[in-house]
Write a protein that binds this ligand. Structure first.
Ligand code: HAM
Length: 421
């Protein structure tokens, strides 16, 4: 019997994790520069939270949730981070503590989708949410932050697609307009879409089925149906983005796969690297009614989440800065004891040290030092140890010198810190 990871869920091995760290650091850095603080919510929530917030007739709730029951409770592995963050915001009465909360999170999400490149059943998101600011300036600031982040990461061809879905009134008018548009085409729609014309025609705009795509050609855009308040918000958002010089493309038929959105919608896409069809790096929007629907006060909100696997695919190979290391090669029994002590002293001084305690020839140890990418190798032999010295090899310069054991830490900590010899 051989064991394999669950389909659509991937191991991320240590040599890949270094690239994840680069990306996660860049995200944390930019989020914190913009005043976001990290929140950590559970990976499991009560199922009803997702049904209520994401929407009963969405793909996520209809067919992609990992749901199970325990102790008569229906629980679900989170398919996204917004619902949990909003639940925590309400549960901890965050609105009473500060007028505006800016939160960010990083972590695994779970959706039982058909796996393919860029689409997994366990995937990682980094996301931000702002509670308490009705926008549109903070909407523009958020989109500008994302464009800046992708630029900084080196994804050159990012396109920020912008749409507006309006408030509940506009949404209802748009639903009616779409129903009127799609009803004469009922026969040409996929079965799944046909069943949605009445309940949720917006979802059909999002369908990947070529029959639905063809039927949606020429469908009305929502921006023609906005009421005055929605239009003022939409105009304000574009005005702020223009002022910032943030590039964007208006997509009047942009809809997102989740039902909670109001007004601003956006997606950032790219054709870079090894991204295939799954080229949406990041999606988000405003959800001004969720907090109230979850039993909280009337607090507006906006947020986004990006798929870290997709960003790494877009980036290709990320340059990882390696911390200089030194390698200790003890040759003999008493040398091993001294090497253990020296390795501890080096690490205490902030120098990364690897010790090969398995014994073996000097040649094999040097090969190992090379494989680990060590800059220095400290060879400790029993005879030299009796004289209180070691051999310090500079593996890059191919130089070697004899050094007093007592001076090794001072010398290497100076060198690794970029100081002189
Ligand atoms: P979403 O569009 O469902 O939005 O997901 C956001 C991003 O997560 C996608 O653009 C994509 O990069 C990544 N993603 C989604 N599903 C998968 C998958 N199966 N495999 C790999 N990556 C995936 C949300 O989740 C919202 N919570 C975003 C948001 C936050 N809206 C407001 N606040």
């Amino acid at each position: 019997m051989s064991y394999r990871a669950v389909k659509g869920m991937n191991d991320i091995l240590p040599d890949e994790v270094a690239q994840w760290h680069v990306l996660e650091r860049a995200f944390r850095e930019i989020a914190e520069l913009h005043g976001y603080a990290e929140v950590r919510t559970p990976i499991v929530e009560g199922t009803e939270l997702f049904v209520r917030s994401i929407g009963e007739t969405t793909d996520v709730v209809e067919k992609e949730m990992y749901t199970f029951s325990r102790h008569d409770e229906s629980l679900t592995l989170r398919p996204e981070g917004t619902a949990g963050a909003a639940r925590a915001y309400v549960e901890h009465k965050q609105h009473a503590k500060e007028p505006v909360s800016r939160w960010y999170y990083l972590g695994p999400m779970f959706r039982a989708e058909r796996p393919q490149r860029g689409r997994y059943r366990q995937f990682y998101q980094a996301g931000c949410e702002i509670f308490g600011d009705p926008g549109p300036a903070c909407d523009a600031e958020m989109i500008d932050m994302l464009v800046g982040l992708f630029r900084k990461l080196g994804i050159a061809d990012v396109s920020a697609n912008l749409g507006c879905i309006g408030g509940p009134g506009t949404r209802e008018r748009y639903r009616a307009a779409l129903r009127d548009f799609l009803k004469p085409k009922l026969e040409s729609l996929s079965e799944h879409a046909r069943a949605r014309v009445e309940a949720n025609p917006l979802r059909i705009l999002d369908s990947k089925d070529p029959r639905d795509r063809a039927a949606c050609e020429g469908a009305p855009g929502v921006t023609d149906l906005l009421d005055d308040a929605d239009r003022a918000h939409w105009d304000g958002l574009r005005r702020h983005l223009d002022r910032l010089g943030t590039p964007y493309v208006v997509d009047p038929r942009l809809v997102r796969g989740l039902d909670y959105y109001t007004r601003t919608l956006f997606e950032l896409t790219s054709r870079s690297g090894e991204l295939g069809a799954q080229n949406t790096l990041c999606g988000g929007g405003r959800y001004d009614h969720m907090i109230e629907e979850l039993g909280g006060p009337n607090v507006p909100a906006i947020g986004f989440a990006m798929g870290l696997e997709r960003i790494l695919l877009a980036l290709g190979q990320v340059a990882v800065e390696k911390r200089p290391r030194c390698f200790l090669a003890p040759l003999g029994e008493s040398a091993l004891g001294a090497a253990l002590e020296l390795a501890r002293s080096l690490r205490d001084a902030g120098v990364a040290a690897d010790l090969d305690a398995r014994g073996g020839s000097l040649k094999s140890m040097l090969r190992r030092a090379d494989a680990l990418g060590a800059r220095h190798c400290i060879v400790i032999g029993d005879a030299e140890l009796a004289r209180g010295v070691v051999q310090l090899k500079d593996l890059a310069q191919h130089q070697q010198e004899e050094l007093a054991l007592a001076d090794v830490v001072a010398r290497l900590s100076r060198r690794e810190a970029g100081g002189g010899p």
